[in-house]
Design a protein around this ligand. Structure first.
Ligand SMILES: Nc1nc2c(c(=O)[nH]1)N[C@H]1C(S)=C(S)[C@@H](COP(=O)(O)OP(=O)(O)OC[C@H]3O[C@@H](n4cnc5c(N)ncnc54)[C@H](O)[C@@H]3O)O[C@H]1N2
Ligand code: MOO
Length: 370
């Protein structure tokens, strides 16, 4: 507090009717050291953040003194009248109150967020050992793809997966390395994969289903091994996972996301995000999920577990999940409108409006709890 440092015992019983008058023996500001100690029956002007002078145990804020009036009247500040008593120790922060010497401040594995950055700087540390963020190579595949910013010619579409995946890598704590677009032939794919050297994870999109040009699986089989392919979920059934052997003989995990833009994002959510968190040394825990009421149906045609894009709202203490429109895996804007994925289990043919559903919260934005 900006005020007067003194001995609390000296102002016992002080009140507006019966102020205690004390001579003022000096001033100490933040960043200075007090020039002298406070003896019994004296006070020192002190500013917030200044070291408390020896002898003083209490600080009385200016508001509890005649300071303001004295200044207005142009009277000298060589004396002060204190209008209220204060418990001894008031407005004094003991050195080491936050962190004691020898104390463990941040355990290994602590995520360095804004508060931790502040704590580290408060200790004077300009460096700290951390788990490095995994470098994730991101490669789109497809003859039809054109980069955003370029003109489109016949039969082409813009590559959205590279960017939704790269942004998801950032959101998960990884560092994306955008490798661009590999064309649907083994030579080009192999050439582009050479640029993955040194990365911790490779994420491709498209080229994993059953078409003539779906060659990501072929490359995995040639250059490493495929651990699994195809998952019983909608969207994102033809997901591939394997390991690429790099030139140094190191096995780098590769996740082959399906090409459909929503499938790529949902597969990322279910497989890449947990992998990146694991590489960051964080416990692999599912996103928070809630039970809510569906306001529109989710259909399940072929016995997969369906992750439907929904907008979740809370009204009168109940979560409501509203499908964000048609659920085709090409409808990327319905992903943009969603803040959750509602689950229709694989053994049900539908979930109807009004039924309870489990909802994975992708984004617990402020609006949810309005
Ligand atoms: N005979 C079968 N065909 C398909 C099956 C199947 O089981 N049998 N599965 C379907 C399912 S489900 C999915 S999902 C897709 C996944 O296919 P791929 O991963 O091989 O991807 P593509 O066929 O190359 O592309 C699918 C779709 O996505 C578009 N795409 C691809 N890359 C991008 C990108 N970077 N940005 C934007 N859009 C992209 C692409 O043009 C296609 O329209 O396979 C079904 N087929
Ligand atoms: O699994 Mo695919 O993602 O249904 O379109």
């Amino acid at each position: 507090m900006d005020g007067y440092a003194l001995k609390g015992a000296d102002i016992a019983g002080a009140s507006a009717d019966s102020p205690r008058r004390l001579p003022v023996i000096g001033i100490v500001a933040a960043g200075q050291l007090p020039e002298r100690a406070v003896e019994s029956g004296t006070a020192m002007r002190i500013m917030t953040g200044a070291p408390v002078p020896d002898g003083a145990d209490t600080v009385v804020p200016f508001e509890e003194t005649d300071e303001v009036k004295r200044k207005q009247e142009g009277r000298p500040l060589d004396e002060v009248a204190v209008f209220s008593e204060m418990a001894v120790g008031s407005n004094v922060r003991p050195a080491g109150e936050d962190i004691r010497q020898g104390e463990l401040v941040l355990e290994a594995g602590t995520v360095v967020r804004a508060a931790e950055v502040g704590v580290l700087a408060s200790l004077g540390l300009d460096r700290v050992r951390v788990v490095r963020r995994p470098v994730v190579s991101v490669l789109a595949t497809g003859d039809e793809l054109e980069s955003a910013g370029a003109a489109l010619s016949g039969g082409k579409i813009y590559d959205s997966n590279s960017f939704s995946v790269a942004a998801s890598v950032v959101a998960s704590g990884g560092i994306p390395r955008l490798l661009g677009i590999a064309r649907d032939n083994l030579d080009d794919l192999n050439a582009k994969l050479a640029a993955t050297a040194g990365s911790d994870l490779v994420i491709t999109s498209a080229g994993v289903s059953k078409g003539d040009y779906d060659i990501v699986k072929d490359v995995l089989e040639q250059r490493g091994k495929m651990n699994f392919w195809s998952v019983r979920m909608r969207p994102a059934k033809p997901l591939a996972f394997g390991h690429l052997r790099d030139d140094g003989g190191r096995d780098v995990p590769l996740l082959g996301l399906p090409g459909n833009p929503v499938s790529a994002m949902v597969a990322f959510e279910m497989f890449a995000r947990p992998a990146i968190r694991c590489m960051l040394g964080r416990p692999v825990r599912p996103r928070p999920s809630v039970d809510g009421v569906l306001t529109g149906p989710i259909r399940n045609y072929d016995g997969r577990r369906v992750y439907a894009r929904v907008e979740v709202e809370k009204r009168d203490g109940v979560y409501y999940a509203t499908p964000t429109g048609p659920q085709g895996s090409n409808i990327l804007t319905s992903m943009s409108r969603a803040n959750g994925l509602a689950i229709c289990p694989e053994d049900l043919t539908a979930k109807q409006a009004g039924e309870q559903v489990r909802i994975i919260m992708l984004d617990w934005n402020e609006e949810v709890d309005l």
